[in-house]
Design a protein around this ligand. Sequence first.
Ligand code: AMP
Length: 189
Amino acid sequence: MNLILFGPPAAGKGTQAKRLVTERGMVQLSTGDMLRAAIASGSELGQQVKGVLDRGDLVTDDIVVALIEDRLPEAEAAGGAIFDGFPRTVAQAQALDAMLAKRGGKIDAVLRLKVDEPALIERIAKRFAEQGRPDDNPEVFVTRLGAYNAQTAPLLPYYQAQGKLTELDGMGSVEAVAAAIDGALSSVN
Ligand code: AMP
């Protein structure tokens, strides 16, 4: 099963993806984690994208599409991928559909975690205080939220039209959101 966890930054996608990895053996494909790893390693790619992440803008589609393509065989072998933070543009979603189709696969479900903006801002302030991730600082977070609203939210009708979108309340506890996800997945074969 290939699943997209969809939602704005700080919606809880990473937390829920990690639980699904532990419980279901699926592979989490987080382009944000991959880009941060590239930056930490000092690779050419890392140097190329660091400024973009620091500003809170999106990196170009070709970069993230290539990162995902590299990891698809591994996810396939594990029985499925949880896409976390990808796709973030309609072009990325189209590229993902094409890459999966080429391998005889598809997206089975898109689960949208709905969290209102004041709650996101509160969560991110807490995460910034705890972890100090540079792009969680309040000014950059506004840019990230803007990118979500302008470039990523238009994916909702894309997946709605494919009949794959399920909307879930992401405001509750980690356990409550996990239960909602499990409920939604029980009807996906
Ligand atoms: P995240 O950890 O998913 O919030 O991603 C952190 C940052 O990495 C984002 O603010 C973007 O700069 C970049 N990024 C991650 N995933 C993507 C993507 N699918 N497309 C473009 N940029 C991305």
